[in-house]
Design a protein around this ligand. Structure first.
Ligand code: GLY
Length: 340
């Protein structure tokens, strides 16, 4: 656990951060030099996820293990938008989506998975123990149980139960953007409030320079039964090309899908853009696609390149992301954004 915690209010107080504006910094447990080791993840919930990933990296572990372990922390927490504590679909059932990808183009995914605590681990088993990339719904659950994952009770968390009852009063979809933030730039509505959806996406580079990523969510709160967003889709919610870099998305999944978001960011990096510039270019493309409707949504990207540089960019104000690197420090950064 961090031994020292500093709250920072301006970039001037921290000095040289190229990637984003610092909101908070904390020291990490001391470790041996870790080469290019780096973890970056979405929202301030990423702070805890990064520590889970860093435990693996600081022992010289593989980026894939770090990517899985990091987001398992969020899946196990009572979070409005990730794991079994998340908001349900409009039938009142929590359905989970996740994907994982390593440095060799191996990838696995599950979607619309019910009653399993760690969808990211099932996605990894799909990758490692089946000839497939993606399993959905009942088949994904059947596979998970066959692999020894316990079937959890079909029960909403107290917060999700409350939010669902509230939603039933109108059954209207009124998303509140940036709800995943619990500190820093506050959301416009209550944290965990009705109709929200978001994601933990995490990118890791290990001491040997191997990249991997993970992405997991309960998806849009009170979504139509069967709705999938970007998070289980390789190329949309997550993409890793170890020769170039890795990228991941959070926000309105439908709009990330329509532009193959994470893959697009990696392709911009392949063309020579820095991670931040690649995220910005992808957001600008999305803004062009959406026109005046861009103001109604939030989409954010994070990226890492092979050189160990990282960056992020959002469509709208309010996106924060967490970064651990080999300077034995973790930072919560405020992303730059396009729309004013
Ligand atoms: N980005 C998560 C979702 O739209 O489901």
């Amino acid at each position: 656990m961090p031994t020292r915690r500093k709250f920072l209010t301006s970039s001037a107080s921290l000095g040289l951060l190229a990637a984003g504006r610092p909101l908070e910094a904390a020291s990490l447990p001391p470790s041996a030099p870790l080469g290019k080791a780096l973890v970056i993840s979405t929202w301030d919930t990423g702070l805890a996820a990064n520590l889970g990933a860093w435990k693996i990296l600081s022992k010289g572990g593989h980026a894939l293990d770090a990517a899985e372990a990091g987001v398992m922390v969020t899946e196990a927490s009572q979070n409005c938008c990730v794991g079994l504590g998340g908001n349900p679909d409009r039938e009142g059932i929590v359905t989970l989506d996740a994907c994982i990808m390593d440095d060799q183009f191996n990838c696995g995914s599950v979607a619309a998975l019910e009653r399993i605590k760690h969808p990211i681990s099932v996605a990894r088993r799909v990758m490692e123990r089946t000839p497939h990339v993606m399993l959905v719904g009942e088949g994904a659950q059947q596979f998970a149980v066959a692999q020894g994952f316990p079937l959890e009770p079909q029960k909403l968390s107290p917060d999700a139960e409350k939010a669902y009852r509230e939603w039933l009063k109108t059954s209207a979809y009124q998303p509140i953007i940036n709800v995943e933030n619990t500190r820093g730039s506050k959301p416009t509505g209550p944290v965990g409030g009705a109709n929200n959806h978001d994601t933990i996406a995490l990118l890791a580079q290990d001491g040997q320079g191997r990249l991997s990523g993970s992405c997991t969510t309960s998806g849009m709160g009170f979504k139509m039964r069967g709705r999938l967003g970007d998070s289980p889709l390789i190329g949309s919610g997550l993409f890793v090309d170890n020769a170039v870099g890795a990228a991941a998305a959070t926000g309105q999944g439908e709009d990330v899908i329509r532009m193959a978001g994470a893959h697009t960011v990696v392709e911009f990096m392949r063309q020579g853009l820095s991670p931040k510039a690649a995220c910005e270019a992808a957001i600008k493309r999305l803004a062009q696609i959406k026109g005046s409707k861009a103001h109604d949504i939030q989409v954010c990207f994070i990226a890492v390149n092979k050189q160990g540089q990282h960056g992020a960019y959002a469509l709208q104000k309010g996106f924060s992301y967490a970064v651990c690197d080999d300077k034995n420090q973790q930072q919560l950064l405020q992303s730059d954004y396009l729309l004013t």
